[in-house]
Design a protein around this ligand. Structure first.
Ligand code: NA7
Length: 546
């Protein structure tokens, strides 16, 4: 019988470290801890590894990051072995990649699946975390590291009757693993964010009829995906050092760097020449290799938005539909820009219909379809591409209690407060890799994850070397960082966006528009890295050790 069963709680932890989440962050964190010989386990609610790339199996799901900038950079051998088949790799391939990594480095043996964390409570006296799982198990650790993913708490619309619908219906995050027969089917898609845009473009020519329920359109731009040949892959391999170096230097963690010329210093013709080029180039260049004023200056943003609106008009045959697809309430790039492949052309098809639910709101889901204020629609399948309770939602869904029993949910009620996006005062030994307000939350995810994980390893090393068993950010440091993160929102137009960047989600209580949540760090990857390095160089100022 275990000591716990006898009612006496163990004061030595089961593991030195538990990592929650077997996705991109969790895998790399485990790799580093294993390398250092630290007793670690990774737990995940899912039946297998992969995180985001395990769950999201909807058609069209793929990177918007160039594949070779998304992969891990830590192993030359891995870089030499792996062939990215497409410039923007698709979900099945991405999942294969993560499995390949896990197998190559034998990571699986320290992972436990079907382990959904119900609660994580800090035991002050023993200075360790005690976790309970929905499967009844309990585990404890000295340090608890979260790799929960930014978009892992899917949200359904608040609309009556969802459970009444007789046919298959699901959030894109839960797209059935066995696939869905779409041929000849009448399919509804609700939501036109990055996910909706991918799924709509992909299935338009595979379904019988497709009806898109759009509340607000997004500014989308072409992805320009294409295969990567063996020869090109060899060229990429030879350039890897340069590629990763460039990613580290660019604000977004991509190869795309902003155009350093001043928007107003060049002529209108020169601006348009840049935009024409970027619109035809792959990836986020149109967003991130643009003039910096696009992000900050209303007039510059408006001029560029009008340029994109014109490109949309050219691609959509029906001018009335084109106007509906052009955002009127926000400018280009202040919300996440969905990248697309023939998305706008989908609306030129006879079998694709657009319903503007601002004009005719959805009243309810019925047994056979969707009723709006305008009419009733019948469907065989309803797809909810309605987004996520972003970044903090996954934390909120776990009962996390820190020192003295305070809950993280309560502490973050009005938005997250953190030190460096990695630690929270009052929650000792909890490290939120890729958490809110960290560099990962607004950049090419894996690039900043590697930076974050490496920093965490140095921090833990510092603690182990000095025999510390308790690490905690000071309230002053937390206050300073949170203020800094909030301050950066002031200069970017993004602060006005009704998007997950500002924590907006009207399907979640308290997340309706009105209060900005400072979820993401807007200072760019190089500044974030420099800050982390400085904090470490100063002997972890802002952290308390005991
Ligand atoms: P997003 O970008 O949050 O998009 C969600 C979409 O769902 C968006 O178009 C919403 O319209 C729409 N939505 C949400 N709730 C409703 C209700 N109740 N009724 C109608 N429509 C609704 O999530 P995605 O999954 O597309 O993308 C998330 C990230 O995943 C993305 O940024 C990538 O990084 C990967 P709204 O705009 O709120 O009017």
């Amino acid at each position: 019988m275990s000591t716990q069963a006898q009612g006496v709680e163990k004061t030595s932890p089961d593991f030195e470290v538990i990592v929650i989440g077997a996705g991109v962050a969790g895998l790399y964190q485990l790799y580093r801890l294993r390398e250092r010989g630290i007793p670690t386990t990774v737990v995940d609610a899912a039946a297998d590894l992969g995180g985001t790339w395990y769950h999201n199996r909807y058609p069209g799901c793929r990177f918007d990051s160039e594949s070779y900038t998304y992969g891990y950079s830590f192993s030359k051998e891995l870089l030499n072995e792996w062939h990215w088949k497409e410039r923007f790799s698709s979900q099945p391939e991405n999942l294969r990649y993560l499995n390949y990594v896990a197998d190559k480095f034998d990571l699986r043996r320290d992972m436990q699946f079907n382990h959904k964390v119900e609660s994580a409570h800090f035991d002050d006296a023993a200075a360790l975390w005690r976790l309970t799982f929905t499967n009844g198990r309990q585990l404890s650790c000295r340090f608890l590291i979260t790799g929960l993913g930014l978009l892992s708490a899917p949200t359904m619309p608040r609309v009556a009757g969802i459970e009444r619908f007789k046919g298959p219906s699901f959030h894109t995050y839960y797209w059935p693993h066995e696939g869905v027969e779409l041929a000849g089917k009448r399919v509804a898609v609700i939501g036109t964010g990055a996910t909706g845009v991918q799924v709509i473009a992909e299935i338009a020519d595979k379904v019988g009829e497709l009806t898109v329920f759009q509340r607000r359109p997004n500014w989308c731009a072409p992805l320009h995906n294409r295969p990567i040949s063996e020869q090109e892959m060899n060229e990429i391999r030879a350039r890897y050092d340069e590629i990763f170096d460039k990613c580290l230097r660019s604000p977004g963690g991509f190869e795309h760097e902003p155009d350093r010329r001043g928007f107003y210093e060049v002529t209108r013709e020169e601006r348009v020449a840049l935009w024409d080029r970027l619109y035809d180039e792959p990836g986020f260049g149109i967003w991130l290799a643009n003039f910096r004023e696009i992000f900050m200056d209303e007039a510059a943003n408006a001029e560029f938005s009008e340029y994109i609106a014109e490109r949309i008009r050219r691609r959509v045959n029906d001018p009335a539909i084109a106007e509906k697809l052009i955002p009127k309430d926000h400018g280009f790039g202040i919300q996440r820009v969905p990248l697309e492949t023939r998305y706008y052309e989908a609306y030129n098809r006879d079998n694709v219909h657009l319903v503007d639910i601002k004009e005719t709101p959805i009243e309810c889901i019925t047994e056979t379809g969707i009723r709006t204020s305008g009419r009733e629609y019948e469907f065989d399948i309803i797809v909810y591409a309605t987004g996520f309770d972003a970044i903090t939602g996954t934390f909120d869904r776990i009962d996390i209690r820190g020192s003295g029993g305070q809950t993280l949910r309560a502490k973050w009620k009005d938005g997250p407060v953190t030190f460096l996006g990695l630690q929270v005062h009052g929650f000792p030994n909890l490290i939120t890799v890729a958490g809110p307000q960290s560099g990962s939350s607004s950049t090419n995810f894996p690039r900043s994850i590697e930076v974050g994980v490496d920093w965490v390893m140095a921090l833990l090393e510092f603690a182990w070397q000095h025999g510390y068993t308790r690490i905690e950010a000071t309230p002053e440091a937390e206050e300073r960082w949170t203020r800094h993160v909030a301050k950066m929102y002031e200069s970017v137009l993004m602060r006005k966006a009704k998007s997950w960047f500002t924590g907006y989600n009207d399907n979640v209580d308290g997340h309706e528009h009105g209060t900005i949540r400072h979820l993401v760090y807007n200072g760019g990857a190089p500044k974030y890295r420099a800050t982390l390095e400085q904090v470490a160089a100063d002997g972890y100022q802002g952290m308390r050790f005991s």
